[in-house]
Design a protein around this ligand. Structure first.
Ligand SMILES: [Zn+2]
Length: 473
């Protein structure tokens, strides 16, 4: 048993199969957490003896615990909520012709989710003209129907009606907090969020101040083609890591080229179905060199969006350049998973056959971490991405370049240990080691003992951040 002297633990997890993901692959039965960190790990009976009168003890009933997962590439605050999470009350699409019919939908949703969780609904613009009552529902209607959940319903872009509970929680940060809950549901305890203006940064600070920031956020302000000037962070003297364990500056983000779906990701060779198109470069080389150099000298990590040949035609020479330059690759397997089949037409067989070459990258010594580019197109879900890396089974049913499969341990590392390294947080996160932050995901099944393609279906039972239960299924 490893232990360090501290007061009574706040939380003890026991009787579990706790995969620490430390280099020796240690499995333990129990963990004790105090002050937001892990203070002891070992056998259940030994750890339980550390309990004080106020220690909360959770019997894991043999379930699996792993380090909380990190998604190193999201645009959470840009989208706020994923489209599919809206409750549809639009008369254009749903059978809604009166206020009671809208309220009925809200009440039904409220009965399905825990008290206190948000219900965000969409109505149609000018729906008041078409509802039987010739008016929108008001706050009192919503309060009567749904007293215990914050509710907001937007009727087009200019009218949003909220109940008292929602008004009390204040609008600012609502979307961010709602989206962070979706992360917790999939065991994610840290995100690296790309922001383009001060507004989401203010919203995150507000959530933090109110004690409602339930997952950790590393901010990646985007510079160039952004509301944030290239020098803003440098002028303020901010380094990567400025902030605290919950909210910090991760570095800066910039985009060299476009994307595959827009056919403007940059390639050496033209698109298969468009012989005059090689894509676009959005930042001239001089400007890129200068910006990266300045940021590095100022202690800021640079994250550079680069799709084209970086992702789709990684030759051994290019991989060696990555290794020599100390560049970490963050491929978004989610793109392959959702739209890989559609991409075949534009990139062609040759390039698709080299898509997401994770096995080759690892073999060549390239460090790779996991990022989803969610939630604009798909939700944040590292278990889905890990599943795709291990099985290479894509959503459309095909197995994409099976020789590039990696092991479950390698795929989890992309979202735990390596992701922590990417954020300069390897002393705080990534493994369930004594001294590290108590960020833990409890899973219903052991991802290391089931076929890779089933990892995506694993139910997350509980997510703990800083020793506090932030999500429970
Ligand atoms: Zn992105």
């Amino acid at each position: 048993m490893k232990q360090r002297a501290l007061p009574y633990p706040d939380l003890i997890l026991f009787n579990g199969k706790i995969r620490t993901l430390t280099y020796d692959g240690a499995l333990v039965e129990a963990l004790a957490c105090a002050g937001g960190r892990i203070v002891a790990a070992g056998q259940s009976d030994v750890i339980r003896r550390l309990a004080g009168p106020d220690s909360r003890q959770i019997d894991l009933q043999n379930k699996i615990a792993i380090p909380g997962l990190t998604d190193t590439h999201v645009h959470l605050s840009e989208k706020g909520t994923a489209e599919k999470e809206y409750l549809d009350c639009r008369d254009f699409y749903a059978d809604v012709h009166s206020i009671p019919e809208i309220l009925e939908r809200l009440t039904k949703r409220a009965s399905e989710i825990p008290k206190g969780s948000w219900i965000v609904a969409h109505g149609s613009p000018m729906q008041d003209f078409r509802l039987k009552e010739k008016r929108f529902p008001d706050r009192h209607d919503l309060d009567r129907a749904v007293p215990d959940h914050p509710v907001s319903i937007a009727f087009g872009a200019h009218i949003t009606i909220a109940n008292s509970k929602a008004l009390a929680l204040a609008g600012i940060g609502r979307d961010s907090s709602f989206a962070l809950n979706q992360c917790l549901e999939r065991g994610v305890t840290t995100i690296h969020d790309i922001v383009r203006s001060g507004e989401p940064i203010r919203a995150y600070q507000e959530l933090l101040r109110e004690g409602r920031l339930d997952a950790r956020v590393s901010l990646l302000p985007r510079v160039i083609e952004s509301h944030i000037g290239s020098n803003s962070l440098i002028e303020l003297g901010l380094h990567s890591g400025f902030g605290n364990e919950w909210l910090r500056i991760g570095g800066v983000k910039m985009s060299i080229d476009g994307g595959i779906t827009g056919r403007n990701a940059c390639f050496y060779e033209p698109y298969e179905d468009d012989p005059h198109n090689c894509g676009i470069i959005r930042i001239p080389q001089d400007e890129l060199n200068e910006t990266v150099l300045q940021c590095h000298q100022a202690g800021l990590r640079c994250c550079v969006h680069a799709i084209g040949d970086c992702n789709w035609l990684s030759t051994p020479e290019r991989m060696q350049r990555l290794v020599r330059s100390g560049i970490i690759a963050i491929p978004n397997i989610s793109i392959g998973y959702y739209v890989g089949d559609a991409i075949l037409d534009c990139v062609g067989e040759k390039r698709l056959a080299k898509a997401f070459p994770f096995r080759t990258l690892l073999k060549n010594g390239v460090t790779i971490a996991g990022g989803s580019d969610a939630p604009g197109y798909w939700p944040v879900d590292p278990l889905r991405d890990i599943s795709a890396c291990v099985s290479r089974k894509m959503r459309w049913g095909e197995v994409l370049v099976p020789e590039e499969r990696i092991s479950a341990a390698e795929a989890f590392a992309m979202h735990t240990t390596t992701a922590a390294f990417v954020g300069f947080e390897e002393n705080d996160k990534g493994t369930l080691d004594v001294g590290k932050l108590a960020d833990i995901a409890i899973l219903a099944e052991d991802p290391f003992e089931i076929p890779g393609e089933r990892i995506k279906d694993i139910r997350v039972e509980m997510t703990i951040v800083g020793g506090e239960v932030k999500y429970q299924a």
